[in-house]
Design a protein around this ligand. Structure first.
Ligand code: HEM
Length: 494
C-alpha cells in the first residue's frame, strides 16, 4: 500500500507545512483569549486580515467598519481588541493608567535607546516626559520660540503665494517644509533653511527613509532580511541609522555650547543640572532631537494640508476667514490669534476630521484583565482606540461627516458650543490622551494658527487646482494619514 512517504519530497514538505499551519490556526482559534468578544469569525484564528489592512494603508477604515458592524468592543485579531466605547476610552487613557503602550512602540524604535515616544515603563517615561514638557510648555515657547515660528510661517506663505500666482503651489510640500524647519530649528538651534531652498535637506531626507523603513519593518519583520540585498537604495535605508545618529550630534553640541544659538535641549540640560532631579545623556539628546523632528513634521504638515483643502472647497468659509484675519494688526501675536473665533473653530474642525494621527493608540490590558463596554478582556490583550472612529461617532457629533466649524462656536452668548458637551470633550483627542498625549501640542497649535492666519490674510481668493480632487486627497493611513497623491495644489489668479 502506498504511504505518505512515497510522495515526491517537495509535495511531502508542502503537505507537512500546510498541515502544521492548519493545526496552528485551529489551536489559536480554540484557545483564543478573545473568542467571546464580538468580531468576524476569522479574527479568532489570525491577525492576517488586520495586517492586510495595515500594509495597504487601510487600517483606520477597516477597524471603523468593524465597529459599525459589531459595536464598540470588537475583536480585531486573536490578541487585539478595538474599543470605541467612551467609558472604555476614559479607563484606558486616564492619568495614572495601568494600560501601558504596547510593544509595537518598542519595535518601532530603530535607535540604540528608547525615547519619550517609545518608552513603555512609566518609571522611565515619567521623568523624561517631565524634562521635555518644560521646554514645550506654552509659556516657554511664547517667550523663546514664537518669533521663529512666526517668521517661518510667514515665509512659507510667501513661497506659497509666489508659486500659486505663477502657476500652482503644492501646499503639502510647503507645509511639510514649514513643520520640519520649525522642529529642526528647535531641536538643533539653527535653521535648516529648507523653506528658503524649497526642498528638504539631506538629513531630513535620510530621516524620512529611516522612519519609513522602521514603519515597514515593524509590520513585516521578515523584510529585515533585505539588509543583505546589495542594492544601494535598500542599503541606504539600513545604514541610515548611523548617519542620522551622527548628524544628531549637532543637537548635543548646540545644547552644550554656550556661544551658539540655544536649542530646546539647552534648557533640558540646564534643568537637569540645576535641580538635580533628572538625568539625560548625550545619546538621549540625539534621540529626542530626532523624535521632535519625526513627531513634529508630518503631523503638522498633513493637518495644515487638509485644513487648506477643507477651507478652499467652501468659498463662503474662505471669505469669512479672509475677513477675520484681515482685521489683525500688522505685528499680530499668537495671543491675538487665540482671540479669533473662526480661525480656531476651523483648526478644531480640521483636527476632528483630518487630524494627522487618527489611528489606533495600542495599549495593553493590565494584570487581572478588565471589563470594558460590558466585556471581559483578558490581561495582556492589546486594546486599540482610534480617534478616527470617536471623531465620527453620530451619537456624539451631529452630522459627523460634515466639515462644520460652527459646531465649535457658541450660537448665542449663554449657549455653549455643541462641541463642548462632556462626551464630545472626552471623545475629541487629536493629540492623544492622558500621560502619553502629545508633548508638542502647544508648538503644533502655534504653527497651525500662524500658518492659517498668514495664508488667508496674504493670499485672498485662493482656490484648489483642478488636479486636487477628492481622489487625490483620499487618506492613506500608515499610523498617520496623508493624501494619497502626496500633494495638494492650489492657485491664485490676481
Ligand atoms: C497637528 C500636529 C500633531 C498631532 C496631530 C500630533 C498627535 C500626537 C498623538 C496622537 C500622540 C499620541 C501618540 C500615541 O499615544 O501613540 C502624540 C505624541 C507625541 N507627539 Fe505629537 N502631534 C502633533 C505635533 C507634534 C509636534 C509639533 C511635536 C514636536 C515636539 C510632537 C511630539 C510628540 C511626542 C514627543 C509625542 C510622544 C509623547 C509621549 O509618549 O509622552 N507632536 N502626538
Amino acid at each position: 500500500m502506498a504511504s505518505l512517504f512515497d510522495l515526491p519530497k517537495p509535495l511531502l514538505v508542502a503537505l507537512l507545512i500546510f498541515t502544521a499551519t492548519v493545526c496552528r490556526f485551529a489551536y489559536i482559534g480554540l484557545t483564543c483569549p478573545t473568542r467571546h468578544i464580538p468580531g468576524p469569525w476569522y479574527t479568532r484564528f489570525t491577525h492576517l486580515r488586520l495586517k492586510r489592512a495595515v500594509v495597504t494603508g487601510q487600517r483606520i477604515f477597516y477597524i471603523d467598519s468593524l465597529h459599525q458592524e459589531y459595536g464598540p468592543i470588537v475583536r480585531l485579531s486573536p490578541f487585539e481588541v478595538g474599543v470605541s466605547d467612551l467609558n472604555g476610552f476614559r479607563e484606558i487613557h486616564k492619568i495614572g493608567t495601568k494600560y501601558l503602550k504596547s510593544t509595537w512602540y518598542q519595535r518601532l524604535a530603530n535607535f540604540p535607546k528608547a525615547g519619550v515616544f517609545t518608552m513603555i515603563d512609566p518609571r522611565e517615561h515619567g521623568p523624561r516626559r517631565k524634562l521635555l514638557s518644560r521646554s514645550f510648555s506654552r509659556t516657554y515657547l511664547v517667550e523663546n520660540w514664537e518669533p521663529v515660528v512666526r517668521e517661518k510661517a510667514r515665509l512659507a506663505v510667501e513661497k506659497i503665494r509666489k508659486a500659486a500666482v505663477a502657476d500652482r503651489a503644492d501646499v503639502y510640500n510647503w507645509w511639510m517644509l514649514l513643520a520640519s524647519d520649525v522642529s529642526a530649528h528647535l531641536a538643533f538651534g539653527e535653521s535648516f533653511r529648507m523653506l528658503e531652498t524649497g526642498h528638504a535637506n539631506q538629513f531630513i531626507r535620510v530621516l524620512k527613509k529611516l522612519t519609513m523603513g522602521a514603519g515597514i519593518m515593524v509590520e513585516m519583520p521578515l523584510l529585515r532580511l533585505l539588509r543583505f540585498v546589495p542594492v544601494t537604495a535598500v542599503q541606504e535605508m539600513f545604514n541610515a541609522n548611523d548617519y542620522i545618529i551622527k548628524g544628531a550630534g549637532r543637537a548635543v553640541e548646540m545644547a552644550r555650547s554656550r556661544t551658539g544659538e540655544a536649542n530646546i535641549f539647552a534648557k533640558v540640560i540646564d534643568d537637569c543640572e540645576k535641580e538635580g532631579e533628572g538625568h539625560i545623556e548625550d545619546m538621549d539628546v540625539r534621540i529626542e532631537a530626532m523624535n521632535v523632528i519625526i513627531a513634529g513634521t508630518d503631523t503638522t504638515g498633513v493637518t495644515l494640508t487638509y485644513l487648506t483643502w477643507a477651507v478652499l472647497q467652501r468659498p463662503e468659509l474662505r471669505k469669512k476667514l479672509e475677513e477675520e484675519t484681515a482685521g489683525l494688526e500688522d505685528g499680530f501675536t499668537e495671543n491675538d490669534l487665540i482671540a479669533l473665533p473662526l480661525l480656531n473653530a476651523v483648526i478644531e474642525e480640521t483636527l476632528r476630521l483630518y487630524g494627522a494621527a487618527p489611528s489606533s493608540l495600542p495599549r495593553v490590558v493590565p494584570q487581572g484583565g478588565a471589563k470594558l463596554g460590558g466585556h471581559f478582556i483578558p490581561q495582556g490583550t492589546t486594546v486599540s482606540t482610534q480617534a478616527y472612529t470617536f471623531h465620527r461617532d453620530p451619537q456624539i457629533w451631529e452630522d459627523p461627516l460634515t466639515f462644520s466649524p460652527t459646531r465649535w462656536l457658541s450660537p448665542k452668548p449663554d449657549v455653549p458650543a455643541p462641541a463642548s458637551s462632556p462626551d464630545a470633550k472626552t471623545a475629541f483627542h487629536p493629540f492623544g490622551a492622558g500621560a502619553r498625549s502629545c508633548v508638542g501640542i502647544h508648538l503644533a497649535r502655534m504653527e497651525l494658527r500662524y500658518a492659517v492666519a498668514f495664508l488667508f490674510r496674504e493670499c485672498k481668493g485662493l482656490r484648489l487646482s483642478e488636479r486636487t480632487t477628492p481622489e487625490s486627497m483620499a487618506f492613506e493611513n500608515f499610523f498617520l494619514i496623508a493624501p494619497k497623491a502626496h500633494r495638494c495644489e492650489i492657485e491664485l489668479r490676481e
